[in-house]
Design a protein around this ligand. Structure first.
Ligand SMILES: [Fe+2]
Ligand SMILES: [Fe+2]
Length: 457
């Protein structure tokens, strides 16, 4: 074998091509270990979770939490070139009359006046400032429909008498993501909101999906895809829970929480062990606290935990799937999506973009803000030093559930996936005109990075 070839093979194997190693390798048959193309073992890594040890929470913890959130988002915003000339609010007020003053601040109030003018109050660690959007600036008026309280943004404008007249808003945003393709044809499916225990749970449809995963349903190609499906993400609401809302007991077919998980375990036990099931809790999983971050499910769900291919993670969490030689795998951000209801209610731009019908628009909104729950009142949050909702790491795939409406989209190459549900329409959803779409399964081929919808209606 030529020296060049030996060096290349040593480098491929990650061995330093020293003269000693080259000589040794030249004398032996070099066996190159490559991942076999038919070696479709699941590869799952937990990348980031949010653990919180319960303690007495004081008002100071919230002050600290918001201070840290401001710092985290400010650091992300410093990646934007515009941030290079940013000054504190106190300094901006001293630059009276100057155009192009730039501040990084948190929105503390939004006031829409009868005249069409919008007054935003913002603050940073040095003080507070009012920002005016002229009713004549149509672009900014449109952008203002997406503004929400507590988000941290770059504001650029002319400062006069302690007030900024806004010229531009710059969001933290994510950069365009490089695309990584798996060398193997392997699939991930995404489906939460099973709501076992509810009278409206759809056992026949869910059972067919589980049978498909087991390779027992569909034509040859569909069975082949099932065989190559190695990752099954469940973004919360596994069961309907107990005591989630007043009068829920009348809507339950299984009235005890442990019994609900035991029923679900019977289905999940049929999923072949070569498929990894990754689970985070949702607001109906009443065995864990509602405040986010929610811990891994443990109590009451013992029957699920006993399954050999189940991995419990926190809500939210980051995992990585199918990384191998020269392939970094896919980083998956999973969040149940409890903040989405109030977001849709409070952000006019999201309602105009399609509301519950367009989970990809919600994901885009959150990725642009680098935060899963930008406004304080969207959900119950534990005031941790490390903000669990800040999107500090840009995912390849962002998956959520909660709104019971399947959707696939993409923003700057981050694939956005919303799972549907296995529960037919509830009275609560009817009241709000929200029509869920049960039995739809987003599936992604990691080799082509194309996603599709499977129907089990
Ligand atoms: Fe749900
Ligand atoms: Fe939910």
């Amino acid at each position: 074998m030529s020296n060049q070839k030996v060096i290349k093979e040593l480098l491929d194997k990650g061995i330093l091509p020293t003269s000693e190693n080259i000589e040794k390798a030249s004398q032996e048959e070099v066996v190159i270990v490559k991942p076999k193309i038919d070696d479709l073992r699941a590869r799952l890594k937990i990348v980031k979770e949010f653990d919180y040890k319960q303690k007495k929470i004081t008002p100071a913890d919230f002050t600290e939490h918001y201070r840290e959130r401001y710092k985290t988002l400010k650091n992300i915003l410093f990646n934007r070139p515009e941030a290079a000339t940013a000054v504190s609010i106190e300094r901006a007020k001293q630059g009276f009359g100057n155009d192009d003053q730039i501040i990084i601040a948190m929105v503390s109030d939004i006031n829409r006046m009868m005249t069409g003018t919008i007054k935003i109050t913002v603050e940073d660690l040095s003080g507070q400032m009012d920002i005016i959007i002229s009713s004549k600036n149509n672009d900014l008026i449109e952008e203002s429909k997406f503004l929400t309280l507590d988000e941290v943004l770059i504001f650029k404008g002319r400062v006069m008498r302690d007030v900024m007249f806004l010229q531009e808003i710059i969001l933290p945003d994510i950069p365009q993501q490089p695309i990584h393709y798996s060398p193997e044809e392997v699939y991930a499916v995404f489906s939460g909101d099973i709501h076992v225990g509810s009278k409206l749970f759809l056992p026949k449809q869910f059972g067919t999906f589980i049978d498909w995963l087991g390779g027992n349903v569909g034509n040859e190609r569909q069975k082949e895809i099932a065989k190559k499906t190695k990752y099954f993400y469940i973004p919360g609401d596994l069961v309907d829970g107990v005591g989630i809302f007043p009068g829920q007991d009348k809507e339950l077919a299984i009235g005890d929480l442990r019994g609900q998980y035991e029923e679900l375990a019977k289905y999940l036990a049929k999923v072949p062990n070569d498929k990894q099931i990754i689970i985070c809790p949702g607001n109906h999983d009443s065995g864990v606290r509602l405040e986010e971050p929610q811990p891994r499910m443990k109590d009451y769900a013992e029957s699920i935990l006993e399954l050999p291919n189940v991995t419990m993670v926190t809500n939210p969490s980051y995992t990585n799937i199918h990384a191998m030689d020269k392939y970094k795998g896919q980083d998956v951000l999973m969040y149940h999506g409890y903040s989405f209801d109030r977001l849709i209610d409070q952000v006019e731009g999201l309602r105009l973009a399609g509301g519950y019908e367009k989970a990809d628009e919600i994901h885009k909104f959150l990725l642009k803000r680098r935060h899963l729950s930008p406004t304080h009142n969207l959900n119950l949050t534990i005031p941790m030093k490390q903000d669990p909702h800040a999107i500090t790491q840009v995912p390849d795939i962002m998956v959520s559930g909660h709104i019971h409406k399947a959707n696939i989209g993409s923003y700057k190459n981050t694939v956005s996936i919303s799972g549907s549900c296995w529960q037919s329409v509830t009275d609560f959803q009817l009241k709000f005109g929200h029509v869920p779409d049960p039995g739809m399964i987003p599936i992604m081929n990691l080799k082509t990075r194309k996603s599709n919808m499977l129907s089990f209606k």
